[in-house]
Design a protein around this ligand. Structure first.
Ligand SMILES: Cc1cc2nc3c(=O)[nH]c(=O)nc-3n(C[C@H](O)[C@H](O)[C@H](O)COP(=O)(O)O)c2cc1C
Length: 180
């Protein structure tokens, strides 16, 4: 082992990584937004729970603090462009669902929509939140789970550009693709 800068060590453990999209909504249901997330995890089997880590400067942070529910959706290969758009633009400037033409459908828990082209959607009720440096961890209990029935749908990942993966998007900061 050789001691190094944090950034160098972290860059070695970053990929492959699942990506998620968190859909949130203001309490008055006027605004609905989607954020791309790399930082999330399952945190309980019974009841099932997911934690998501959202920067306090994000528009999503405001909505998640305002309305304690969210949908966690896992993007498919059909959502590459939308995953980048939701992860590079803010809902404070743009209505992402409308502008990026994101297909949605009704869920059961609330008026927060499911993402129709996702591999799976989880409707969560936020049961706890913890400040973690410049991010806040929102812990959601899964109330309803949904899967996509399209047999061709595949889970989009943040990957490395090598022979193990089929790269679908590559830019300076992000490489997205599928496991071959
Ligand atoms: C692949 C990827 C992963 C990201 N992961 C996170 C994350 O885990 N937490 C976070 O707060 N922002 C993350 N971001 C950045 C936000 O998605 C981005 O700042 C977004 O524009 C915020 O949208 P909002 O202001 O509408 O909430 C990620 C972006 C990308 C492209």
């Amino acid at each position: 082992m050789k001691q190094c800068e944090y950034k160098q060590a972290v860059s070695n453990i970053n990929r492959p990584n699942r990506i998620a999209l968190a859909v949130s909504q203001s309490a008055d249901e006027e605004k609905t937004n989607i954020i791309t997330l790399g930082w999330f995890m399952r945190t309980s089997i019974s009841p099932p729970m997911f934690a998501i880590s959202v920067g306090v400067s994000r528009f999503s942070y405001e909505l998640l603090s305002d309305n304690r529910k969210f949908v966690l959706a896992f993007p498919s290969q059909k959502m590459v462009e939308k995953t980048i758009q939701c992860g590079t633009q803010s809902g404070s400037d743009v209505d992402k669902i409308k502008e990026f033409n994101i297909k949605t459908q009704n869920g059961k828990l609330s008026s927060i929509p499911l993402l129709s082209n996702a591999v799976a959607n989880f409707e969560c009720k936020n049961v706890s939140q913890i400040r973690s440096g410049d991010h806040t961890i929102f812990i959601g209990e899964v109330k309803y789970s949904w899967i996509n029935q399209d047999p061709d749908i595949k889970l989009l990942l943040s990957v490395e550009d090598n022979e193990k993966y089929e790269v679908l998007h590559k830019s300076k900061n992000h490489t997205f693709g599928l496991i071959k």
